[in-house]
Design a binder for this molecule. Structure first.
Ligand code: ZN
Length: 270
């Protein structure tokens, strides 16, 4: 528990976490906005967050889209890329993103659930991934759930809204980012539940764990008796349930953690 590990004992917490991960064959990680922030992407909530400064977007954002998708698309094409979108498009994966990809490559991390929409996990080389809030570089059909990288889906401004080209579908296509008031695609939720049920160790990184359903996965793992590792510079609602808390930014903590896991795996092979 958190109180057994004072925040200044970073090395100890990394060693404890590395021992847990080195014994895992299908760890599952949940990543949040803290990881993106370290790549220069503004957060939504909290001090200096976009919503804290500008107010939250309307909770019925998706209803607006569904009522008139043609108008939504016309506005989007006319307005172009805003400041937030521009900061995402120029962001690069950081050491934390690369460390998670490495943890997958060495056979410890089985799946990554991310709340981030910025594509940085994929670009760092992560393969087994569920983007629970979508990916702003992708498009998605609202009827069949097919997804395409944005550059592979050509939008004809004379024929809006765009429609799905999967045979027999023809559903309306929107940006893959899950809007306020829009249901998370059921296939994504199913995958998260399946992966969480398979998890033998659970890792949360840079998430305040307040947004459901994402926040429910680590709780479900803890209920099954699975160790929970939290990597976050600030205490969160999950800290009290964690087997070990690594109180540091992910870009600093994760490379050290993965190096320690690697050392244990190599030692166990010899
Ligand atoms: Zn479709």
């Amino acid at each position: 528990m958190d109180e057994h590990l004072p925040p200044d004992d970073l090395d100890t917490s990394i060693e404890v976490a590395a021992t847990l991960l080195a014994g895992a064959r299908h760890a599952v990680a949940l990543a949040g906005a803290g990881m993106s922030k370290e790549s220069g992407i503004p957060t939504f909530r909290g001090e200096g967050g976009l919503w804290t400064t500008n107010g939250e977007p309307p909770m019925n954002q998706f209803d607006g889209f569904a009522a008139d998708p043609k108008r939504w698309w016309e506005r989007r094409l006319a307005e172009g890329v805003g400041a937030f979108a521009a900061s995402i498009d120029s962001a690069q994966p950081n050491h934390g993103h690369r460390a998670l990809a490495e943890l997958e490559a060495i056979g410890v991390l089985g799946h990554l659930i991310t709340q981030n929409i910025d594509d940085l996990h994929r670009r760092a080389g992560q393969r087994s991934i569920t983007e629970i809030h979508g990916n702003r570089h992708w498009m998605r059909c609202l009827r069949c759930g097919q997804r395409w990288p944005r550059e592979e889906f050509i939008v004809d401004p004379e024929d809006l809204p765009p429609h799905c080209d999967v045979e027999g579908c023809g559903g309306i296509v929107k940006s893959d980012t899950v809007m306020f008031g829009e249901m998370i695609p059921p296939a994504a939720l199913d995958r998260c539940e399946r992966e969480t049920a398979l998890a033998d160790c659970f890792l949360t990184v840079g998430t305040s764990a307040v947004v459901y359903p994402a926040a429910g996965y680590p709780v479900a793992a803890v209920r099954r008796g699975i160790p929970l590792i939290e990597v976050n510079p600030e205490p969160t609602a999950l800290s009290q349930f964690a087997s070990v808390v690594v109180r540091a930014p992910s870009g600093e903590a994760l490379p050290a953690l993965v190096a320690a896991v690697r050392a244990r795996l190599e030692a166990s092979r010899t």
